[in-house]
Every structure is written in structure tokens, then in C-alpha cells.
Design a protein. Sequence first.
Length: 265
Amino acid sequence: MKTPLDPGILRQQLGERLFGRRVHHFSSTDSTNDRALAMMEAGEPEGSLVLAEEQMQGRGRRQRAWHSPSGLGVYASLILRPSLQAELLPLVSFAAAVGVVRALESLSLTARIKWPNDILLGGKKAGGLLAEARGDGPGVGVVVGLGLNVNQEEKDFPPELRGRITSLLLASGRAWDRHRVLSAILRAWEWEHEKLLEKGPAELLADFERFSAFEVGSRLRVDPEGGAVHGHYAGIGPRGELLLRTKEGAVRSLTFGEIALVREE
């Protein structure tokens, strides 16, 4: 039997932390990000969490659908109002990704980040983050959404995705209490976010690179708009850019695109 998430239990586990202090829980919604964006624009305070048992129109980057079956995953969006320069706002989602990896690490799961915002377990996608900003200047607001597969079995995924994506259950061989998973994520996420605001991006970017799914020197293909780019992974730039060393020896900075490992022959 699928046990619904209980905001009361979640708040009890989180204590007086900012992230998750207010929880808006829905049995079903179109997209938690859409709900959170509307609430943010209506004045909902920072740290408020929009949580759903299922999403009918869950989405990731490039408006791709995110499969969100009821009662099996974590589908949540957090409202933030970060005091960051505009060029650093993309790092808000980087802090969230590092927080997710650290939280899963605390649960004895080894996760990696596929730039810019996919969470991998055993080399397969288990989750993803989507950040969306509204406004500009000091009043900018950011919603960061998380979709994480927790208790899905293979049969719970669409046929075309089976074998290509995974869940915490499939990666570990056991079912998980979603309250425990989500509270661990929110604690680690808040810690990483506060560190970014207080110390700047250097430590965050070093951690993001350390948790990368790719080692420096790995041969990659990146597909930004305008055609594929091939090269070797050269790390992460100061604003979260993917650095790719081309065959000519130049380092190209990419801020957008799908990334894939190219096996050396």
C-alpha cells in the first residue's frame, strides 16, 4: 500500500529549518513548479515547499515530460529568493544537485550528477532538477523543482524507459520511507544553499565537479542548439559552464546542451 506523504511528519523531521517550514501538499497537480511559481508571484515566503503525490504534467528541461506515478517518487518544488548576482543564479540549482547527492550519500547511496542537473544512480537517471526564475534585481525569485524516483519498480515505468532509468528501490534492492528521503534532501539542500550565499561559488563548483558523472579527460558529445560539439571534459567554469577541450586544443564554454559519454575505440 502506498503511504501518502504527511506534511506534519516532514516538518517534525525538519525541525525549525527554513526549507520546508511551510508545505503545500497536493494529491495531484499539473506541475509542482507551475504551482510554486504562481505562489511565489503571489508572495509566498522563501523556503515554502510545494509537494505532490503525482504530477499530470511534470516536466524537465526543454519541456520534456517527467513520469510522476502516484505515491512512488518525490515531486517537489521549493521557493527561493536568493541574494545573488544575476550571473550566479544558475548555481542555485547546482547547490540543489549537490545537496541531493550528499543526502543520498547519507542514506548509503552513491549518486552522481550529469551536468547540469540530472541525478544518476549506477549510471542511470534517477532524478532531475529544474530551476525557473521570475523577476530581476533584488526581488528575483527562483523555484527549484525536484523529481526523484524512489519506490518505482521496472513495471512502474513506461516501456520505452525501462532499463534506461532507475529508482532508489531498484538501485538498493529495498523500499524507502519517502519522508526520510525528502527530509534528508531538504536538510542537505539548505546547507549547500546557505554556503553558496555566504562563501560564494568556489567550494560548490569544486564539489559539483567532484560528484560529476564524468572524469576530467572523458570524451564527450554535447548537443547544444546548432549542432553537436565533441571534445574532452575539462571541468566546470566559474558560472557553472561545462568546459570542453576540442581536438584543436581550445577550451569551449557551454551553458546549455545534452551531454553524452563517447566510448573510446
